[in-house]
Design a protein around this ligand. Structure first.
Ligand code: AMP
Ligand code: MG
Length: 268
């Protein structure tokens, strides 16, 4: 079960140094790809049932350092589901209008409706990550947000939204290699931003901020999964498997058919 392996016990203090970003269990690439392929098939049919049922929603939150694989995870894990039932939201630096509201205002609007899978590429957690590391608001303001986030996620869970949160855990060396690749390949230049370098310089501050998120906002109703993400194929396997297990336990059902369908005659 993914559950015990990558989901720390709620309430426990997480130390990221105890989680190896290069872990690959007992998998090699071809075994992982085969298994992931079968899981993607399952994901597609579970998503169809979720959509048809229209009573529950799934929210997938992806957080990672730059080049951590958020975009790649979305591209690979969801490439077989019906796009009509999935909504991706990428959270950028807030606009003036968003800043004029509480920090969850823009987030709440993007929570998936019943029947849908919502994917957050970055999320409300940026408000206790980039905001905290760069002192964008006073300490007492971000300090209260862990509680606000837990209460918000509790509301969503009580409203039929299943929440899965993934921290894609890469090493600092792996980030360097991925940045290097972006510099070397012309078709990856667009992914490189010199603005990512000062963020890299604060790596240790970010890891501390992530440890607080993973310790303080890891609950039964909105669990965090710490995904070893140096190997993209293992990352994809773990994320897909966790989502499939959650959807299986949600057990969405096709709605009952109209009565007497067997007597219906389609007119010429
Ligand atoms: P990217 O994911 O590369 O498109 O970058 C999005 C940028 O938006 C990142 O630099 C994030 O740190 C930034 N961002 C997202 N949410 C927030 C937020 N709540 N406050 C400040 N910056 C944010
Ligand atoms: Mg980026």
């Amino acid at each position: 079960m993914v559950e015990q392996l990558f989901h720390p016990k709620p309430g426990s203090k997480v130390r990221l140094s105890n989680f190896d970003p290069s872990d690959r269990g007992d998998y090699d690439r071809s075994k992982a790809d085969d298994e992931e392929d079968a899981l993607e098939q399952k994901l597609a049919s579970l998503q169809e049932r979720l959509y048809a049922e229209g009573k529950q929603a799934l929210l997938v939150v992806l957080q990672a350092m730059d080049a951590g694989g958020k975009d790649g995870t979305i591209k690979h894990v969801f490439d077989r589901v019906n796009p009509q039932g999935v909504r991706v939201t990428s959270f950028k630096a807030p606009t003036p209008e968003e800043l004029a509201h509480d920090f969850l205002w823009r987030v709440h609007k993007q929570v998936p409706a019943k029947g849908y899978i919502g994917i957050f590429n970055r999320s409300h957690y940026e408000d206790v990550l980039v905001v905290r590391v760069n002192d964008l608001v006073p300490r007492d303001v971000w300090e209260a947000r862990y509680r606000h986030i837990n209460q918000f996620e509790h509301l969503l869970a009580d409203s039929g939204v299943r929440i899965l949160k993934f921290f894609l855990h890469i090493s600092k060396d792996e980030q360097k290699e991925r940045f290097q690749e972006r510099l070397e390949k012309p078709d990856k230049h667009w992914k490189f931003s010199t603005g990512d370098l000062p963020v890299r310089e604060k790596w240790d501050d970010y890891m501390r901020a992530y440890e607080d998120v993973l310790s303080r906002c890891n609950t039964d109703y909105a669990p965090w999964y710490i995904v070893p993400a140096n190997r993209k194929w293992y990352r994809n396997l773990i994320v897909t498997r966790t989502i499939v297990e959650a959807l299986e336990s949600m057990n969405p059902q096709y709605p009952p058919a109209e009565p007497d369908l067997d007597k219906v005659v389609i007119p010429d």
